[in-house]
Design a protein around this ligand. Structure first.
Ligand SMILES: Cc1cc2nc3c(=O)[nH]c(=O)nc-3n(C[C@H](O)[C@H](O)[C@H](O)COP(=O)(O)OP(=O)(O)OC[C@H]3O[C@@H](n4cnc5c(N)ncnc54)[C@H](O)[C@@H]3O)c2cc1C
Length: 375
């Protein structure tokens, strides 16, 4: 059987590559970028993400990430704090994706560079060449390829914005070991410290919320700060000098229930959990690992079974995160969420657990693998 071709070397593609390569199959891992940039992301690695990476043999402890052990929730004029169930991490995507790529290639994946423009049957059409593979693992994340786009029709689509603020004692003292969620009408801003002490500030919001600030991210940030003194303290006086990156039309809540023959959809191409939950990377790693295990057991023909099984596994966390998002983005809902969190902190932790992806029912046969599959 021909070796799988993995399109996209983010967390999902790399997880699949590691699982396959460690089972004796050497996949081709293809990405449009030769070197890892710093993709737009909240940079919060949940306890579940960390345990899944650990199961893949990926250790992040030497990368200087910021330990995170508490959740701080901010609303209008009020905030509440609660411990997380297990240790988590603030880490840049540059550090994570670099480590994952290195692990995949060291394990035996062949890395190649090309930008995929479209897929037809078992061929991925790249800018440089056509790539043929009986089994294609689609892991291009936030970016769709022609013929396989995710639905994006929404009256008020979701956007992502990110700015990185330099290390400073004041911010370090204020944020410390927390993942902070600052709720505002139409969205939220997540703040976490990362390696080197810089603060990653990532907003997920409705397009209408940005439009109400004249379409200008800096005006929006100032308005959120006017309403929320804690957010203003974290932004500091110099935030307007920071570069604001953006991403449009994020199809939060979408899940792939079906696929085409031989096409395994992974990560954000399989399920898009609202980022408020901080579980997107976990879903990416879980889907990559699960797709690889299905392929190892059933080959190309296992694509549909994998897709359905993964959709079922992702359903509950995605629905829970959707409900949390709807609640958090209205003034009344946010106020109610904060009041509840103050009264019953256990409820917040329970919700946070319910937004996590569950365990894979297909066990890895790596321990007993005799490398019987041809590469
Ligand atoms: C605003 C926002 C904040 C978020 N915050 C968090 C958070 O704090 N914690 C968390 O766990 N999750 C978070 N997420 C979700 C998380 O970023 C994604 O779920 C995760 O990155 C998905 O991983 P992936 O491997 O599927 O895709 P990606 O990370 O998008 O990786 C895709 C890879 O494919 C490559 N690629 C893309 N197109 C092509 C092409 N045409 N040809 C070749 N290569 C291509 C890219 O270069 C990239 O390397 C957030 C998402 C958003 C929108």
């Amino acid at each position: 059987m021909a070796r799988p071709l993995i399109l996209g070397a983010g967390p999902a593609g790399c997880a699949a590559a590691v699982e396959l390569a460690r089972s004796g199959v050497s996949p081709t891992l293809l990405d449009r970028c030769a070197t890892v940039g710093d993709p737009l992301c909240g940079g919060f690695m949940s306890w579940r993400t960390l345990s899944q990476l650990e199961a893949l043999g990926i250790d992040l402890s030497d990368l200087g990430g910021q330990p995170v052990d508490r959740l701080r929730l901010f609303g209008r004029g009020t905030w509440v704090e609660t411990p997380l169930p297990r240790p988590s991490l603030g880490l840049s995507r540059h550090a994570l994706d670099t480590r994952m790529r290195e692990t995949a290639t060291t394990a035996g994946a062949q890395f190649a560079i090309d930008t995929i423009r479209g897929i037809s049957a078992s061929t991925a059409h790249g800018q440089r060449q056509d790539w043929h593979g009986e089994s294609l693992f689609l892991a291009t994340g936030k970016h769709d390829v022609r013929g396989h786009s995710r639905p994006r029709q929404s009256e008020d689509p979701a956007l992502g914005l990110r700015l990185r603020l330099p290390p400073g004692n004041a911010r370090r003292r204020l944020i410390g070991s927390a993942i902070e969620l600052h709720l505002f009408r139409g969205g939220y801003a997540g703040i976490v410290l990362q390696e080197g002490g810089s603060a990653n500030i990532c907003l997920a919001l409705r397009k209408s919320a940005l439009a109400s600030a004249g379409g200008d991210p800096l005006t929006l940030l100032s308005r959120v700060a006017e309403d929320n003194a804690g957010f203003a303290d974290r932004l500091g006086p110099d935030f307007s000098r920071a570069r604001v990156e953006s991403i449009g039309a994020v199809p939060y809540g979408w899940i792939a229930h079906e696929t085409k023959p031989g096409l395994f959809r992974l990560g954000d191409q399989a399920a898009v959990i609202p980022s408020l939950a901080g579980e997107g990377m976990s879903i990416a790693v879980a889907s990559g690992t699960m797709a690889a295990r299905h392929w190892l057991q059933g080959g190309t023909g296992a694509a549909q079974a994998y897709q359905r099984a993964f959709a079922a596994r992702a359903y509950r966390p995605v629905q829970m995160a959707k409900a949390a998002r709807v609640l958090a983005e209205t003034r009344l809902g946010a106020a109610a969420a904060l009041a509840l969190a103050r009264l019953l902190p256990g409820l917040v932790i329970d919700l946070a657990e319910r937004c996590r992806i569950g365990r894979d029912s297909i066990q890895s046969d790596r321990a007993t693998c005799t490398h019987a599959r041809p590469c």
